[in-house]
Design a protein around this ligand. Structure first.
Ligand code: SF4
Length: 365
């Protein structure tokens, strides 16, 4: 069996999911649960695997509290790929979870050695921008926290965590490491576990939605939860597919200006990017009408799949494309309209959200 290295900082496109499930002991997300959970990310099989999700399901069924914890690194602009994390977070929030959304300013500063986040001030600027988007998407001040604003107990836990990870652990999981990445890992572990301290919610199940490339963090934190002096419930995880960029073979990434649509992009910029997107269209109109398109490999369709909540519309795009009754130009126009409507609404909310974000970051509330 060849070995696949999953590295949170430089993941490749992962297609052979079955192989990865086997190698890392992930469980495939059960179809019957995907149908039961009323959200497009589950219904459309974009959540593909889990570790111990049954604990969360059990809580949701009897309305018992559980911790909903995720975060976003303050090291770049937020794009639609990040929105997927927020969508999942908001889904669990709607299930009456105890919510912890981390704005990872310290993590962003520690793990990025490049000039983009060369000071804590710069990390704060990204924190304000990302927090503004999170608030505009529906989170409230109560749901979010800034790592650098956490009380002493959080940092005591980070030190405890640091005693339980050896250099060999780091190298086995992450390969090449540097001190910045080590600090970032400690903070991420602490983010996931600290909600279970008595000073916060106390011991209870927790859920975090991540991409497959983040599994090393999940394995490590689950292991740490068992070794800690505190009595932690082993954290649960669900794994979603990453939305790819608009061009072939690329991730949606903050460092790829042309292949990502940012939540702060002007609608006309988003339209330009979509009009140049890679599609599953055929070489000419006649061939497309004869053979139909290939939505399975199309970035325009993938975008609809991840974000357009109107399943009837998405199904229709799929079936008319396959039947050769929809051409890529018209199909891109549909996505341009959807994206423009979304961005205009979102950016209107952003003005107020930014005032709130500044208040939270500056006054350390
Ligand atoms: Fe993609 Fe739409 Fe073209 Fe089909 S018609 S290949 S979904 S852009």
């Amino acid at each position: 069996m060849h070995s696949i290295k999953i590295d949170p900082w430089s993941s490749e496109n992962l297609n052979d999911y079955e192989h990865i499930f086997r190698e890392f002991g992930l469980e495939k997300f059960p179809d019957e649960l995907s149908k039961k959970l009323n959200h497009i990310l589950f219904e459309r099989n974009l959540v593909i695997a889990h570790r111990d999700f049954q604990k969360i399901m059990a809580c949701m069924e009897v309305k018992k509290p559980f911790i909903n914890i995720t975060g976003i690194a303050s090291s770049g602009r937020m794009h639609f790929g990040h929105k997927v994390d927020l969508d999942l977070f908001l889904f669990f929030k709607s299930k009456k979870a105890k919510n912890y959304f981390a704005i990872c300013d310290l993590d962003g500063y520690c793990s990025r050695a490049d000039a983009k986040v060369d000071s804590l001030m710069k990390a704060k600027e990204f924190a304000i921008e990302n927090l503004s988007h999170a608030l505009a998407l529906g989170l409230t001040q109560k749901d979010v926290y800034l790592q650098s604003n956490k009380p002493a107990k959080y940092y005591s836990l980070a030190f405890e965590v640091s005693k339980k990870i050896t250099e060999n652990n780091y190298r086995a999981i992450y390969g090449d490491i540097n001190l910045g990445k080590v600090s970032a890992v400690l903070l991420q572990m602490t983010d996931i576990l600290h909600g279970q301290l008595n000073e916060f919610e106390g011991k209870m199940p927790s859920i975090t939605g991540i991409g497959l490339d983040q599994d090393p963090h999940a394995r490590l934190v689950r292991d740490l939860s068992k070794k800690s002096q505190y009595d932690f419930e082993v954290p649960s995880f669900i794994y979603f597919k990453h939305q790819s960029g608009l061009q072939e073979g690329q991730k949606m990434s903050s460092s790829q200006e042309n292949t990502a649509i940012f939540l702060s992009d002007a609608p006309e910029i988003a339209a330009q990017k979509i009009s140049k997107a890679f599609t599953g269209g055929r070489v000419g109109v006649e061939e497309q009408k004869k053979l139909g398109g290939q939505p399975e490999i199309c970035k325009v369709f993938e975008f609809q799949l991840f974000h357009n909540e109107n399943s009837k519309e998405v199904n229709e795009i799929y079936s008319t494309c396959k039947a050769g009754n929809l051409l890529c130009g018209a199909c891109k126009q549909k996505l341009i309209k959807w994206t423009n409507d979304f961005l205009i609404k979102h950016q209107k909310k952003l003005i107020k959200a930014k005032e709130k974000a500044i208040e939270i970051v500056e006054t350390k509330k």
